[in-house]
Design a protein. Structure first.
Length: 289
């Protein structure tokens, strides 16, 4: 099942077209608000399995499929190759996951512009997990049972703000408006031969910058859910950005950063791609004036 959002309403992508969830379900699954569907995710999945038909997409624009999650978790340094490119010595291992949050106000859709506030804005393509059930103290061997589906995300990062001050500012540096492109659809686990091992990558103006596989995650999705849910409940509709592979701009020689007027394309096998243009964004000084 592939679920997307058009004109603010959740739709099923079926046979090259789409079906409006609220209308087709006779209002059973809300009035079009996608977040309300998570209140009965199991019932929604059962109902959606019998839906067919639909109307052509035409030139309709897909939006962020999960626009208002309660919590957005993110994981840093979760691929060995990325850890090494960031300067860690060969053989370094992660004993504990580096967890931070992206604030939900940064989330945008798969084709929305990314405002660039300065000259050190970087890309990070990531697999994003969407929770389908409340998860509290969940064991890794049962973690996938709590997942609604997967989608593509970009953890756009202001590297200057990230490393200002006495301690890294991960959450703030990754939460400017537009710094969380998401989509193009939420894809349920039955669509994947192996949800633990998917190819992902991104390109800037057609030049491939990142390419990896989620099978190389240091902390795989089930372990992340176990670790997070041991501390705080994961709620239906919550997001987990799982980390990025090697190839970010900051660690290239010389460094390469996003500039206005470019296009950032991000993809994950079996899910689809984001195509986000970059535009001039307000500087920090303009934001405070």
């Amino acid at each position: 099942m592939r679920v997307a959002r058009i004109d603010g309403r959740w739709v099923l992508l079926v046979g090259g077209g789409f079906v409006d969830v609220a209308s087709a379900s006779g209002g059973r699954f809300g009035n079009g608000d996608p977040m309300g569907v998570f209140d009965d995710w199991a019932g929604f999945v059962e109902w959606a399995g019998g839906v067919g038909g639909g109307e052509p997409l035409g030139n309709r624009r897909l939006q962020n499929p999960v626009p208002r999650p309660t919590q957005v978790f993110a994981v840093g340094a979760n691929y060995q190759a990325h850890l090494i490119e960031a300067g860690a010595p060969e053989g370094t291992t992660q004993k504990d996951a580096l967890i931070f949050t992206k604030f939900p106000s940064c989330l945008v859709g798969p084709f929305d512009p990314i405002p660039i506030p300065n000259e050190t804005v970087d890309w990070e393509v990531e697999l994003v997990v969407v929770m389908g059930r409340r998860a509290e103290r969940v064991r890794a061997d049962r973690a996938w049972e709590y997942v609604a589906g997967l989608t593509v995300g970009q953890d756009i990062s202001d590297r200057t703000l990230q490393f200002v001050g006495l301690a890294p500012q991960f959450s703030m540096s990754k939460s400017y408006p537009g710094f969380g492109p998401l989509g193009p659809a939420l894809v349920t686990l039955d669509e994947f031969a192996n949800p633990d091992d998917l190819e992902l990558g991104c390109a800037l103006d057609g030049n491939v910058m990142q390419k990896g596989r989620t099978g190389d995650l240091i902390f795989a999705v089930p372990e992340l859910i176990e670790r997070l849910s041991a501390v705080c409940p994961l709620l239906p509709g919550d997001l987990i950005f799982t980390g990025t592979p090697a190839g970010v701009g900051a660690f290239r020689k010389p460094p390469v950063f996003l500039q206005p007027g470019q296009e950032l394309t991000s993809w994950i096998e079996g899910i689809g791609e984001l195509r986000n243009p970059t535009v001039v964004g307000p500087s920090q000084e303009e934001r405070t004036s």
